[in-house]
Design a protein around this ligand. Structure first.
Ligand code: PLP
Length: 399
C-alpha cells in the first residue's frame, strides 16, 4: 500500500488538452488559437528588441543576491507609476503599498491570501465569465466567491445592467475583481462612461475595487489609455488594489514578473499593509526572482528604453487589431449570415466568437483549428497568412 495510492490524477487543464491535440495533429496548416501568448505574423514567439537591449545593459551586473521579501523597490516604484500615473495623488502622498510579485497570478494570490487573513468578512466578486484561474486562486485562499453578470450573449457585449444590479447586492467591504482592460476571455471592456457608473455604484456601496491588469498597453496599444478605468476610480477617490503583469506587454511570460499594490487611506496604513504583504510572501517563496525586475526597471527607468517599449507594445496591439479587421472582412466577404461586428468591437488578445462548443469541436476535427470550447479565439495566433483559412472554416461550421 503506497502512501499515494489514494491520490487521484488531477483534472486536465483545458488549455493543455488543446495544446496536446494540436501537437498530435499532422496537418501542416493546423492552427493553435488556444494559447494566450503573443505571436508575430509568422506565428513565432517574440522577444522584444527593448528587452534584448535591457538584457545587454544588465548583463554582467554581478548582482545575484537575494532581493528583499517585497522585491526590488525601484521596480515597484516604477510599476505603480505606470498603473496609477506618475503624478497620482496616492503616490505623492505615500499611500501606496506595493510588492514585487510572481506575475499576475502571484499578485492575485497575494491579494486573495491578504483577504483571507485581514478581511475575513469580505467576499470576492468575480465577473462571469473570467480567466478561469481566478476561481482557483480565491478558492485555494478560502475566500468566499460571488459572481456578477458581465457578458451578454445576445449582443456579444457588456451586460452593464446585470453588472450593476448584481454588484448592488454587495455588502460594504466586499472586494470586486475588475479586469482593467482587455477582459479575458470576452474581449469586452466597459466604455469610460460605463466605468464611471460602476465606480459610482461601488463608491456608494463601499465596495473595494481590485484591478487585474494583465494587459496594460496590449488593448489599445497605449499604456495610459489602457489604464483609464483605474484613473476613473482614482478620480472618484477610491482606495483600491492592483495586480500588474509584465508577461504579455513586455513578453516576459516565463520571468514571472509583476507588481501587487494597494492604495490605503494614510501612509501609516500603507506601511502596515505593505509589511503584511511581505509577511504573506515570506513563507510562500521568501523573495521574488531577480532577473525580470532588473529588466523592467531598466526599461521603465530609462526614457529611451521606455519610449522604445511603448512603440513595441503598440506594434503588438496593432497587429492584433489589424487581424480583427481582416478576420471580420474575410467573413463578410464570404457572405456569412452571422453578425461578426463583435470581432472588431472586442479588444485585446481574445475574441469571444460566440460559436458553440460543438462548432469548436468541428473546427478541430475538420479543419485542424484549435481553441477553447467556449469559442474563445486567441487573436495572437491569427496571421495575415492564416486568417482567410480561419474565416472559411468559421463560415463553414456556422452555416
Ligand atoms: N489575469 C488575467 C486576466 C490573465 O488573462 C492572465 C493570463 O492569462 C493573468 C492574470 C496572469 O498571467 P501571468 O501570471 O502570466 O502574469
Amino acid at each position: 500500500q503506497s502512501l499515494f495510492n489514494d491520490v487521484p490524477v488531477a483534472a486536465k487543464d483545458p488549455i493543455l488538452g488543446i495544446t496536446e491535440a494540436f501537437l498530435a495533429d499532422q496537418n501542416p496548416e493546423k492552427m493553435n488559437l488556444g494559447v494566450g501568448a503573443y505571436r508575430d505574423d509568422d506565428c513565432k514567439p517574440v522577444v522584444l528588441n527593448v528587452v534584448r537591449e535591457a538584457e545587454s545593459r544588465v548583463a554582467g551586473s554581478n548582482f545575484m543576491e537575494y532581493l528583499p521579501m517585497g522585491g526590488m523597490k525601484a521596480f515597484t516604484d516604477l510599476s505603480v507609476q505606470l498603473a496609477f500615473g506618475e503624478d497620482a495623488k496616492p503616490i505623492q502622498e505615500g499611500r501606496v503599498a506595493a510588492v514585487q510579485s510572481l506575475s499576475g497570478t502571484g499578485s492575485c494570490r497575494l491579494m486573495a491570501d491578504f483577504m483571507h487573513r485581514f478581511l475575513p468578512e469580505s467576499r470576492i466578486w468575480i465577473p462571469k465569465p473570467t480567466w478561469a484561474n481566478h476561481h482557483n486562486i480565491w478558492r485555494d485562499a478560502q475566500v468566499q466567491q460571488e459572481q456578477y453578470r458581465y457578458y451578454k450573449a445576445e449582443t456579444r457585449g457588456l451586460d452593464q445592467e446585470g453588472l450593476l444590479e448584481d454588484l448592488s447586492k454587495g455588502k460594504a467591504g466586499d472586494v470586486v475583481l475588475l479586469h482593467a482592460c482587455a477582459h479575458n476571455p470576452t474581449g469586452v471592456d466597459p466604455t469610460p462612461e460605463q466605468w464611471k457608473e460602476i465606480s459610482k455604484l461601488m463608491k456608494d456601496k463601499q465596495l473595494f475595487p481590485f484591478f487585474d491588469m494583465a494587459y496594460q498597453g496590449f488593448a489599445s496599444g497605449d499604456c495610459t489609455r489602457d489604464a483609464q478605468a483605474i484613473r476613473v476610480f482614482l478620480e472618484d477617490g477610491h482606495l483600491m488594489g492592483c495586480s500588474q503583469s509584465y508577461a504579455k506587454n513586455m513578453g516576459l511570460y516565463g520571468q514571472r514578473i509583476g507588481c501587487f499594490s494597494i492604495i490605503a487611506e494614510t501612509p501609516e496604513e500603507a506601511k502596515a499593509v505593505e509589511s503584511q504583504m511581505k509577511n504573506i510572501a515570506r513563507p510562500m517563496y521568501s523573495n521574488p526572482p531577480l532577473h525580470g525586475a532588473l529588466l523592467v526597471k531598466e526599461i521603465l527607468g530609462n526614457s529611451d528604453l521606455k519610449e522604445q517599449w511603448y512603440e513595441e507594445v503598440k506594434g503588438m496591439a496593432e497587429r492584433i487589431i489589424s487581424m480583427r479587421t481582416l478576420l471580420r472582412q474575410n467573413l463578410e466577404d464570404l457572405n456569412s449570415t452571422m453578425p461578426w461586428n463583435h470581432v472588431t468591437e472586442q479588444i485585446g488578445m481574445f475574441c469571444f466568437s460566440g460559436i458553440s462548443p460543438e462548432q469548436v469541436d468541428s473546427l478541430a476535427k475538420d479543419h485542424s483549428i484549435y481553441m477553447t470550447r467556449n469559442g474563445r479565439i486567441s487573436m495572437a495566433g491569427v496571421t495575415s497568412k492564416n486568417v482567410s483559412r480561419l474565416a472559411e472554416a468559421l463560415h463553414k461550421v456556422t452555416s
